[in-house]
Design a protein around this ligand. Sequence first.
Ligand code: 5GP
Ligand code: ZN
Length: 124
Amino acid sequence: MENKLDNCIFCKIAAGQIPSKLIHEDEDLIAFHDINPAAPVHVLIVPREHIATLADCGERHAALLGKMMLLAPKLAQQLGCGYDAEAGAGGFKSLFNTGPDGGQEVYHLHLHVIGGPRPWRGQR
Ligand code: 5GP
Ligand code: ZN
């Protein structure tokens, strides 16, 4: 498994070398609160494997990507911003930023899960 401990902040978080507010940990993924939240709930789902961007993923990453996406609604539920279909209430964004024009700042794959009662920063 490729690991960029020298220069990648999310590899260092995954290795426990930099502290974070962890909310989930398993053999493939970690999730922690974003240091600069854009909304009442803002967490990042991060694979332990160093993959720079979504555009670097291939077929061999399909299960990992599926696992990341399936974790998003579970964490949202756990953090109080799950989607309640019956009430037509709640909900969250799930977002991958890719490359400079995609607004990516950390080049280790991550899925943002952003939610909580509106308004948020810059959102209605
Ligand atoms: P990107 O723009 O790459 O999609 O998002 C990177 C996210 O990582 C940003 O929302 C930023 O606030 C968050 N972030 C950057 N450095 C750290 C850190 O050291 N700890 C935590 N918890 N979040 C970080
Ligand atoms: Zn990394």
